[in-house]
Design a protein around this ligand. Structure first.
Ligand code: ADP
Ligand code: MG
Length: 495
C-alpha cells in the first residue's frame, strides 16, 4: 500500500488497511463500550485519559499521561481493552500501554501517523513497589487463557503455596480456614469462605495455595476442578461471552466446577449485570454442594454497594480476616524469604526493614527483592549500610507516611495517657475524647479505611470511627482551644 511507504506513516499503521479515520471511529467505539462496561466513575478517573498511539501488527498501543495511570490501567483493564479491540479488529492480540507525558486529554485519538518518540517517564516520588517486570508475560498468558478454555493453572502463581506462606498472629485464622477448605471443600460452616483484608496482606496468596492443593494430583481423594479468577476477569469473561453469544457455555462451564474462587470481589461493585450473574452462579454452586471461596478488601458487611442478597449470602459461611502485619510476622517473612532465596541477610538488616516497611507484605517483599538484586548485581554482601543506600528513595517515602501507631503514641503522650488506652474499652471522657482525636487524625493523615482504623483501636466498628471524625470536626468548630490542640498534633505528626 502506497500509504505505508510514506516516511511519517511507516512506524505504526494498522496492518488491516484501516485509515486513520476508520481507526478513530473504532477507537471511539471501544471507548464507548468501555465506558458502559466499567461505569462512569472509573471511566472518568482512568480510561478517559487514554490516547490511541497506533496499531502495529497484532498490537494496539495506548498512551497514558503518567506512569501511575499507565500501571493502573494496565493492571486493571488490559484484558478488557484488548477484548474490545479484538471485537473491532480480529487480528489484535495484545494491548500495550505506554507513558507519554503531555498527551492531551481529549476524546479523540491522535492519528497514528504523528508518533512522537516516547518521552522519558516522569520521576515519581513514591515508586510503586510491585515488580512490573512480569506484567507483560503474565498479560499474554492471561490473554491466551482468555481465548482458550479456562484452565485455572494458567493464572496460578507457583510461588503462592501453603508452604511459602508464613503464619503469624495476624493471619493464623485465615490460614487455618484456607487449609481447612483445601482439605475438605464444601464442608458446612466453611462455605463460602470469605477472606478479607487490606492490600498486600496475602489474600491472593492464600487463594492460590488453596487452588494448588485442590488440584494436586496426589491429593487424598483425587484432585477436584477449580475455577480461580479475579472478579474483573469474571466480568471480562462474562462480557466476552455476551459478545460472542456464548453465555450458556460460560454458565455451564462455571457451574461444572467443584470449587469456584473469585478474588477481589470488590470490583463487582457497581457492575450490576455481572453481579447478578455472579449471584446466580454462586447460588447454583452452593445449592449443589460446591465450594465457593471469595476474597475482598472489606468484610461482607462493609462492602457497601454490593447488593444486599449477595452480601447476606457471602457472610453466611466463614468470614476470615487478614490483619495488618506485626513486627514479628514481618521478621519471620523476611527470614523465610532469605532462606528460600538462599541469601544471607544480617538480622540487623531484617530488623531495619521490618521496622521501616510496615505497610504490607508486598512492599516489604519489594524492598527485600531490591536488596538481593542489588547485592547479586554488584557481588556485594548485604549490610545495614548497603540496605540504607539501596533503599534510600523508598525509605524516604515511607518515612513521610504517618502510621496509626505513631498517631496513637503521639496523642497518648500529649494527653498523658497510656497507649493501651487507645484500644481499651474505657469510656471515661478523659480517655474517650483523645481516642476520638486519634481516630480523627488517623482518618486525616493516613489512607486507611474506616474499618481498618476501627480495628486498630481495639476492634471498634467503623461507625464508631465515623462518629469520632464528625464529633471532632464539630468540636473543633465550637472550641478554639481544642482545635488548636488537634492542629498542633497534626503538625507534629506531619513534620
Ligand atoms: P493481597 O491479595 O492480599 O493484596 P497478595 O496475596 O498478593 O496480597 O500478597 C502480596 C505479596 O506478599 C505476595 O507476593 C505474597 O506472596 C506475599 N505475602 C503476603 N502474605 C504473606 C505471608 N504471610 N507469607 C509469605 N508471603 C506473603
Ligand atoms: Mg490480591
Amino acid at each position: 500500500m502506497a500509504n505505508d511507504q510514506s516516511p511519517e506513516r511507516r512506524p505504526r499503521v494498522t496492518s488491516d488497511n484501516a485509515s486513520p479515520d476508520q481507526l478513530a471511529t473504532q477507537w471511539a467505539r471501544v471507548r464507548g463500550r468501555l465506558q458502559s462496561e466499567v461505569g462512569e466513575v472509573e471511566y472518568r478517573t482512568w480510561l478517559k485519559h487514554m490516547n490511541l498511539v497506533g496499531i502495529d501488527g497484532d498490537e494496539v498501543t495506548i498512551a497514558l499521561p503518567t506512569r501511575f495511570m499507565r500501571d493502573w490501567v494496565r493492571s486493571h483493564y488490559a484484558d478488557l481493552v484488548m477484548l474490545l479491540w479484538q471485537a473491532e479488529l480480529r487480528t489484535i492480540r495484545h494491548a500495550e500501554f505506554i507513558v507519554r507525558t503531555g498527551v492531551q486529554i481529549s476524546s479523540m485519538p491522535e492519528l497514528p501517523a504523528v508518533l512522537a518518540p516516547q518521552a522519558a517517564e516522569p520521576t515519581i516520588i513514591d515508586p510503586p513497589l510491585a515488580e512490573p517486570a512480569p506484567v507483560s508475560a503474565r498479560f499474554s498468558q492471561y490473554a491466551a487463557s482468555l481465548r482458550s478454555e479456562d484452565r485455572s493453572e494458567a493464572v496460578l502463581d507457583s510461588r503462592f503455596t501453603f508452604d511459602s506462606f508464613v503464619v503469624g498472629k495476624p493471619n493464623e485464622f485465615a490460614y487455618a480456614c484456607a487449609r481447612r477448605v483445601a482439605e475438605m471443600p464444601a464442608c458446612p460452616g466453611f462455605n463460602p469462605l470469605f477472606l478479607y483484608g487490606g492490600v498486600g496482606l496475602g489474600k491472593t496468596h492464600l487463594m492460590h495455595a488453596i487452588a494448588w492443593e485442590l488440584t494436586d494430583a496426589g491429593r487424598p481423594g483425587g484432585p477436584v476442578t477449580v475455577a480461580y479468577m479475579s472478579a474483573e476477569r469474571f466480568m471480562y469473561r462474562f462480557i466476552a461471552a455476551l459478545r460472542s453469544k456464548s453465555t450458556m457455555e460460560f454458565k455451564e462451564q462455571l457451574r461444572s466446577v467443584d470449587v469456584l474462587m473469585i478474588d477481589d470481589l470488590q470490583f463487582l461493585i457497581g457492575k450490576d449485570t455481572t453481579q447478578d450473574e455472579f449471584f446466580h452462579t454462586f447460588n447454583a454452586l452452593v445449592d449443589s454442594g460446591k465450594q465457593i471461596v471469595v476474597s475482598a478488601d472489606k468484610s461482607p458487611s462493609d462492602l457497601s454497594g454490593l447488593e444486599e442478597r449477595v452480601r447476606t449470602r457471602l457472610g453466611c459461611g466463614m468470614v476470615a480476616d487478614l490483619h495488618s502485619t506485626t513486627f514479628e510476622l514481618r521478621m519471620s517473612i523476611l527470614e523465610a524469604k532469605a532462606a528460600r532465596a538462599n541469601v544471607t541477610v544480617p538480622p540487623k538488616v531484617n530488623e531495619f526493614l521490618a521496622h521501616k516497611i510496615t505497610s504490607n507484605v508486598r512492599e516489604l517483599e519489594g524492598a527485600f527483592n531490591r536488596l538481593v538484586a542489588h547485592a547479586n548485581l554488584f557481588g556485594r554482601a548485604i549490610t545495614l549500610d548497603s540496605a540504607q543506600e539501596v533503599l534510600h528513595d523508598l525509605l524516604k517515602a515511607f518515612d513521610r507516611r504517618v502510621t496509626i501507631e505513631e498517631i496513637q503514641r503521639r496523642v497518648s503522650e500529649h494527653y498523658n495517657l497510656r497507649i493501651s488506652d487507645m484500644s481499651s474499652a474505657r469510656r471515661a471522657r478523659a480517655v474517650a475524647r483523645p481516642r476520638q482525636v486519634a481516630m480523627y487524625l488517623a482518618k486525616q493523615l493516613t489512607s486507611r479505611s474506616l474499618p481498618e482504623i476501627g480495628r486498630k483501636f481495639g476492634n471498634r466498628d467503623h461507625t464508631t470511627v465515623m462518629h469520632a471524625v464528625s464529633r471532632v470536626t464539630e468540636l473543633m468548630e465550637l472550641d478554639a482551644g481544642f482545635a488548636e490542640d488537634v492542629e498542633l498534633l497534626r503538625r507534629m505528626l506531619e513534620s
